[in-house]
Structures are given as structure tokens and as C-alpha cells.
Write a protein that binds this ligand. Structure first.
Ligand code: SF4
Length: 399
């Protein structure tokens, strides 16, 4: 390693000691369970959002055994609102593998960690560095930005070629063996320092170069190209999809109130639909859908009806909702269209047109017909079901 790069690692380590983050709930520990959990939660999600979820998750599942023994429904309930639900499913699968294949102990080497579900090269390296001091580089999104600027790397950072180039720089920048011998916490400190630098100093817009320990030899800073690097990603237009979500509700007798007061009272019940375990919002509870085009495809027995291939007029949308109701034994409902909104996934935009479907006459309609994929839930019990954030918000605004 040449002198400036040795200096780079030392500067980041010193900077982290003085200016880095030290009090996050997953820091000050070498427990791989907590480090792993935080690394997975922090993928695609801001620290401020993760803190609450992390604390609640570790309260319910304090170690890998408790997580492995939990039901996937319970795990998804704790994850609901964080998005990218494949992470939660992989988390659960990973915990089971650690218990079954690794006797409840996470492997200590990044190479072995990478064989577990949901753990990629950078996450594996972070766990190995934080918990076991392994000399192995990380390359998450924030760190890519730092290296693109410091080394002046051109091209789309998500492309394979540029990523390979950045990994080479990441290896070069890793603290030397001598440094890690002299300072046993060097790898953990360096890894945390890179993350902190990317998150708090070398930010996407307006990096704070005056406070950066790398400013003396950062190429982007010296050539005033911090606004140009990293190069923008190639623009890929996201496809547009549409769906209609149905808030099917009715009033049911409120038994608890009846027993106390001997008066008739009612509670609102909502029909929930459980999405298939794979795909968008996999395994979460959601609302039944009338699908307008390719929507969020699911099998036709699970509450989502495939329909026409193009957007429908308001009039035919009415008709589709009425047909859906008839198919499910709901006669003479009161239907009302609600304010539409758009939700963006990684690969497409989804236009959601919600409909309120109120069942007035429940005679002949089997309210107890709950099964694995459709369930009537009292409005005050909805929080017990893991739902994606847009559906949670929609119900919160409607109820
Ligand atoms: S000097 Fe500026 S652009 Fe370079 S790494 Fe530091 S914050 Fe980023």
C-alpha cells in the first residue's frame, strides 16, 4: 500500500474517534446478531427510521434463537413499514440457518457469512470487521460515493465495471496489517468511519469538504467536481402499473360492549387479504384488489382479480368493483371511490385507486369465512397484522 492510502485509513480512524457516531443502539457491541440485524435494516433505510424498528425488534427477538423460533407472520409484523420485505423473509431464513447449520453462532469470516440468506459481500464484510476484526473491505452505497469522489471514478456506480473498480479501491484503502496489529479496533473503527463519513460529511448533495479528513487529496474536491461525482445513474424509466384496492367493511356486533352494558353496539370490521409469500409485499396482509392492468400480480384465488390490460374509465371501474363484490357474495354494497395515490417500488410505479365497499346487508354473507388468505378483522385489531406502509396509511385515514 502506498503512503497516501495508509494515511487515508489512519485519517478516517482518527476522524471517527473524534467526529463519528458512537451511540447508536447497535454500536458498542461485538454481538454479531445485533450488528447483522442493523446492517440489514440500514440497507435502503435511513438511520433515524431504523432506530425505532431496531429497538422494537430486539425487544421481541433478543437473539438469533428467538428470531429463528418466531413465526414469519410475527417477523413481518415487526418489519411492517420498513419496506423491502424480502429483507425480513431473508432475515428469518438466515436466523434458522445460523441455528441449524452453525449451531447458533454466526460464522466469523466474511466468506462464510456470505453463504447465508440476504447477506451480500459488503454486509458480510461489515459484520466480520465489527465483530471479529477481519481485514475485509466494505462497499455500501455511501462508501461508493466517497470512493467515487476521492479516487475520481467515472461512470454509473451501479454498473458491474465501475463496481469492480470500486472494490479494487476498497481493497487498497483497507488498513494495513501493521495498523490493525498496532490498533486492535482499527478495522471496526475504519469501517464505521467510512459509513459515518458517507452519511454525515460526504453527502449526496453539498458535501461538507471543509470538515472532511480526506480533503487534502480527494480528487473531486481538488478539481471542484464534487457535484459531478459520482456520475449519475443511467436513467431507466420505471413502468407504470395500476390497481384498485378495496376497503371492504361492515358493522359487526360488539360482544364486549354488549356484555357490559346490555345494549346493542357495533364495531367496524375490515376484510384483509394475505399476499403470497413471494413477490411484492410478500407474506404481508393487505387489501383485496381489483387489478387494472398487471398491477401486483398474484394468483386469482387470493383476492386479486386479473382484468383488463389498460386503464379503465371511472364507469367501468365501478362495474369491476361491483363484479368483484358479486363474485365474493357481497350484494348491494355502498361503493365510493377515494382519493388515488401513487406508490413507487424499486422497479415500477403503482397507481392505487382505493374504493370504499361497505356491506349494508350481511344476511347470507358469511362473516366467519376467514381463511389463510382472507380474514375479517375488527378495526381496533388491525395493528396486530403486518401491513405495508401505504396500506396502513390508507386504513388510518379511512377509519
Ligand atoms: S473531500 Fe469532500 S468530496 Fe472528498 S471525500 Fe471528503 S467530503 Fe467527499
Amino acid at each position: 500500500m502506498n503512503a497516501p492510502l495508509t494515511s487515508l485509513a489512519q485519517r478516517i480512524i482518527s476522524w471517527q474517534r473524534q467526529y463519528g457516531r458512537h451511540d447508536l443502539p447497535w454500536q458498542n457491541t461485538q454481538d454479531p446478531y445485533r450488528v447483522w440485524l442493523s446492517e440489514i435494516m440500514l440497507q435502503q433505510t435511513q438511520v433515524a427510521t431504523v432506530i425505532w424498528y431496531f429497538n422494537r425488534f430486539t425487544n421481541s427477538f433478543p437473539d438469533v434463537d428467538s428470531l429463528a423460533n418466531a413465526s414469519i407472520e410475527d417477523v413481518l409484523l415487526h418489519w411492517a413499514g420498513l419496506g423491502y420485505y424480502a429483507r425480513a423473509r431473508n432475515l428469518h431464513a438466515c436466523a434458522k440457518q445460523v441455528v441449524v447449520l452453525w449451531n447458533g453462532e454466526f460464522p466469523t469470516q466474511a466468506e462464510a457469512l456470505q453463504t447465508l440468506p440476504g447477506i451480500g459481500p459488503s454486509t458480510a464484510a461489515a459484520i466480520a470487521a465489527f465483530c471479529f476484526g477481519q481485514r475485509t473491505p466494505i462497499l455500501d452505497g455511501n462508501v461508493k460515493r466517497v470512493y467515487c469522489r476521492f479516487f475520481s471514478v467515472e461512470g454509473d456506480p451501479s454498473s458491474r465495471l465501475v463496481t469492480q473498480q470500486l472494490w479494487r479501491h476498497a481493497h487498497e484503502a483497507t488498513p494495513s496489517i501493521a495498523l490493525t496489529i498496532n490498533e486492535p479496533d482499527a478495522m471496526a473503527r475504519f469501517t464505521q468511519g467510512l459509513m459515518d463519513l458517507g452519511a454525515t460529511c460526504c453527502t449526496r448533495r453539498n458535501p461538507n469538504c471543509d470538515r472532511c479528513p480526506l480533503r487534502a487529496d480527494c480528487v473531486a474536491h481538488l478539481t471542484q467536481r464534487t457535484q459531478e461525482l459520482p456520475s449519475p445513474r443511467a436513467i431507466r424509466l420505471k413502468p407504470e402499473r395500476s390497481t384498485m384496492m378495496l376497503i371492504v367493511s361492515t358493522s359487526i356486533p360488539n360482544q364486549a360492549a354488549d356484555n357490559k352494558t346490555n345494549k346493542t353496539s357495533t364495531a367496524k370490521a375490515i376484510l384483509l387479504y394475505k399476499r403470497p409469500s413471494n413477490g411484492i409485499w410478500g407474506g404481508l396482509w393487505s387489501l383485496p384488489e381489483c387489478q387494472v392492468n398487471d398491477g401486483m400480480a398474484a394468483d386469482s384465488d387470493s383476492g386479486v382479480d386479473s382484468a383488463v390490460e389498460s386503464k379503465v374509465s371511472a364507469q367501468s371501474a365501478d362495474l369491476m368493483v361491483i363484479q368483484w363484490c358479486a363474485k365474493h357474495g357481497i350484494l348491494n354494497p355502498t361503493i365510493l371511490s377515494m382519493a388515488a395515490f401513487r406508490h413507487t417500488f424499486t422497479h415500477f410505479h403503482l397507481h392505487i385507486q382505493p374504493w370504499s365497499v361497505e356491506i349494508n346487508d350481511i344476511n347470507g354473507f358469511d362473516l366467519s369465512a376467514s381463511n389463510d388468505t382472507m380474514r375479517w378483522v375488527r378495526a381496533d385489531q388491525l395493528h396486530l397484522f403486518g401491513m405495508p406502509a401505504p396500506v396502513q396509511n390508507l386504513l388510518a385515514n379511512d377509519l
